[in-house]
Design a protein around this ligand. Structure first.
Ligand code: DC
Length: 230
């Protein structure tokens, strides 16, 4: 049995990436960070000078982009058209740009198709905003990871501090609020909790604790579907 598709959705800074990576490690699954794909398209559009209001141009950028994700030891690397862009994609500038590119329905269509192809065989943890609602509505386990706005902003702020890009905490709160608004209020696949997702508020939980909880739920579901002969 190849294993489940585990969908982890949630707002910016909810700890999805850390949790998804760790769950994949605990279960021996693959890990797909769908946000990195939106970031890669945003970078390609920025470099090509395609304006954010040119929906057809952005869709073309998404269609022509060659996005590859591979593991290098414990590290996930993202390459765009053959160039390693992992670090370039993580900056605050790309976060905002990606959230604007992600509102374009044509871009979403292209990336959703890619994601469905990459996850079809199962045994994978996919994180994003619309994974349990749109990309894999039949995922074997859906998690909606949430945390209070201030907690999420503080986590992002600490990440930037550690990377040597200090930011102002109050500015970070505003930026997270703005991205929340854009992710939740767009018309194309807004961030929302799937009816059958397990809701986890991790404001007061360590990532490791959340990952172990998710892995435990996954093992239960794997067991249940094996018993049913799925
Ligand atoms: O998870 P992230 O911060 O790397 O995502 C970057 C942007 O892409 C974010 O604004 C939301 C968007 N996104 C999306 O719309 N759908 C996804 N499945 C993943 C990310």
């Amino acid at each position: 049995m190849a294993g489940l598709i585990i969908a982890i959705d949630g707002p910016v800074g909810s700890g999805k990436s850390t949790v998804a990576r760790r769950v994949a490690e605990l279960l021996g699954y693959l890990h797909l960070d769908s946000g990195a794909m939106y970031r890669a398209v945003a970078l390609r559009a920025m470099r090509a000078g395609v304006p954010l209001d040119d929906a057809a141009g952005l869709e073309r950028v998404a269609r022509e982009a060659r996005i590859e994700m591979e593991m290098n030891g414990a590290e996930r690397r993202v390459s765009l058209d053959g160039e390693d862009v992992t670090e370039r994609l993580r900056g605050p500038e790309m976060s905002l740009y990606a959230s604007r590119v992600a509102v374009v329905p044509g871009v979403r269509r292209v990336l959703v198709t890619h994601q469905q192809r990459m996850g079809a065989a199962g045994g994978i943890v996919v994180e994003g905003r619309d994974i349990g609602t749109v990309v894999f509505p039949h995922a074997g386990l859906k998690i909606y990871l949430d945390a209070e706005l201030e907690v999420r902003a503080r986590r992002r702020w600490m990440e930037y501090e550690q990377k040597g890009t200090p930011t102002d905490l109050s500015r970070m709160v505003e930026e997270v609020r703005e991205r929340d608004h854009r992710d939740r209020d767009r018309t194309a696949s807004p961030l929302r909790r799937a009816g059958d997702a397990v809701y986890v508020d991790c404001s007061a939980m360590e990532a490791e604790e959340v990952a172990r909880l998710v892995a435990m739920l996954a093992r239960e579901r794997e067991g249940a579907s094996a018993a049913k002969g799925d």
